[in-house]
Design a protein around this ligand. Structure first.
Ligand code: MN
Length: 207
């Protein structure tokens, strides 16, 4: 196996305690260092001998219906968490003018978006994700997926390019919030890196 065929854990772009008090350092250590690392390791074990061999993560998502379930779970886990770390931060940023206009057009306001995302995350039974994505028409949409699925997968009910994903697995919040998923969802809006989300939005629109 050559290096470019191996998937690797991306470094966190900030320290483990950077998202305190909204997301605690111990949760970040376990979530990134143990959970995400396990998705990467298990993906690398599952890929050899399949059509996912030599493909980028994004390209793997597009053919997920043809691949073993271990690649769906662990490839999804790797993609989703890589995106998640990149759209979090404690930098006080705001959505770009373009993204802000698109949010207002689709959801009425930032509060409207947050309410829709939090409902998607709260009503997802068991483990999964809430997503803000850009659909084929270039419009913003909110959806949720079970397990480690995401809107890039050909198996997704609602397909699009994700620009913001919120992990609603218990491992994302249980140490600090116990069973209070709605409290976690309310808090996470304080640590969204809108510069990163705005850049993903611009890239998705240019696609
Ligand atoms: Mn997670």
């Amino acid at each position: 196996m050559t290096l470019e065929l191996t998937h690797t854990l991306p470094a966190l772009p900030y320290s483990h305690n950077a998202l305190e008090p909204f997301i605690d350092a111990q949760t970040m250590q376990i979530h990134h260092g143990k959970h995400h690392q396990a998705y990467v390791d298990n993906l690398n074990k599952a890929v050899p001998g399949t059509a996912a061999e030599g493909k980028s993560l994004e390209d793997i998502m597009a053919i997920m219906s043809t691949l073993p379930v271990a690649i769906r779970n662990n490839g999804g886990g790797h993609y989703n968490h890589s995106l998640f770390w990149s759209i979090l931060g404690n930098n006080g940023s705001q959505p770009s003018e373009q993204l802000s206009e698109a949010i207002n057009a689709a959801f009425g306001s930032m509060e409207g978006l947050q309410e829709k995302m939090n409902t998607a995350g709260t009503t997802r039974f068991g483990s999964g994700w809430a997503w803000l994505s850009v659909n084929a028409e270039g419009n913003l949409q909110v959806s949720s997926t079970p397990n480690q699925d995401n809107p890039l997968m050909d198996v997704a009910e609602v397909k699009g390019t994700p620009i913001l994903g919120i992990d609603v697995w218990e491992h994302a919040y249980y140490l600090h919030y116990q069973n209070r998923r709605p409290d976690y969802l309310k808090a996470i809006w304080s640590v969204i890196n809108w510069d990163a989300v705005s850049a993903l939005y611009a890239a998705a629109k240019a696609h």
